[in-house]
Design a protein around this ligand. Structure first.
Ligand code: UDP
Length: 251
């Protein structure tokens, strides 16, 4: 299955152009095969960050799989004449369902103290047989013995899937640095996911999400923090795509 998955490319980053169900099948296959695999999710803001952050770009280039999220990437692909088939922003509940069906266990790492525990509580109420074998907040002392202890805890938990919610680019850099020490088969960066599923930050209504406008809701919730990301970042991203498209046709 792995070889046959369709891909698209923006700048120097090829990403999988697959449905959420195909992404779940991929995750299932990987766990059954038993090879540790990194899966990172990219959106327009992530791609903008790669222009200023070579370490992050390197982590994305060396990921086993990239998945695309958000209307910015969708629009960017339309500009180059391609269509993104799906958006992975609602993958988490489906991943939990799949984990229950296949007896996969999860470890949640990231977000403010208490948030990952809340996610564990909420999701195990929703999916009673869901096996979340550990959680850890994301504000530990990186580079200290605490980090080493965390890696040991993750490995001892025997989790199949490690979800890391430190935000981009920290989570991708952390996973790129530690992947060889980590035992879970799926190492995935999930950004602000835990904040949404703990109920701390409400998700945009479904009708906005379906129209690719979740970002407007997030901007409304946190205007100060997200102004640069969306109001300046989205036009910058489109301009970069146009420039890249032009450079490809005028080598
Ligand atoms: N975070 C963390 N440790 C840090 C910095 C951030 O755990 O040192 C968490 C933060 O609490 C939030 C997430 O990382 O839950 C980042 O959320 P954001 O919405 O910025 O991420 P995005 O989805 O945009 O990558």
């Amino acid at each position: 299955m792995l070889q046959s998955l369709p891909k698209l490319q923006l700048f120097d980053l090829p990403f999988l152009n697959i449905s959420m169900h195909q992404a779940l099948d991929l995750i299932t296959d990987i766990i059954h095969q038993g090879t540790t695999t990194t899966i990172f999710i990219i959106n327009a803001d992530c791609l903008n960050k790669t222009f200023d952050d070579p370490e992050y770009r390197h982590a994305l280039q060396n990921a086993d799989h990239l998945l695309a999220d958000g209307s910015g990437i969708r629009l960017g692909c339309r500009i180059i004449g391609e269509t993104v088939v799906d958006n992975v922003n609602d993958l988490f509940p489906l991943l939990c369902e799949r984990a229950v069906q296949h007896h996969f266990s999860l470890f949640l790492f990231g977000a403010k103290p208490g948030v990952a525990d809340q996610v564990k509580q909420t999701m195990t109420q929703r999916y009673p047989n869901l096996n979340i074998v550990g959680s850890q907040h994301g504000y530990l002392n990186f580079g200290s013995p605490e980090e080493h202890t965390l890696i040991q805890t993750i490995n001892k938990s025997k989790a199949d899937i490690l979800l890391v919610a430190l935000g981009a680019p920290l989570q991708e850099k952390w996973l790129a640095t530690h992947r060889s020490q980590l035992a879970p088969k799926i190492l995935m960066g999930v950004g602000g996911l835990f904040d949404f599923y703990s109920g701390n930050i409400p998700r945009a209504p479904l009708w906005l999400r379906k129209r690719g406008l979740e970002w407007t809701y997030r901007l409304y919730q946190e205007p100060r923090r997200l102004f640069k990301r969306y109001i300046l970042g989205n036009p910058l991203f489109i301009w970069r795509v146009l420039r890249w498209k032009w450079s490809k046709s005028h080598p």
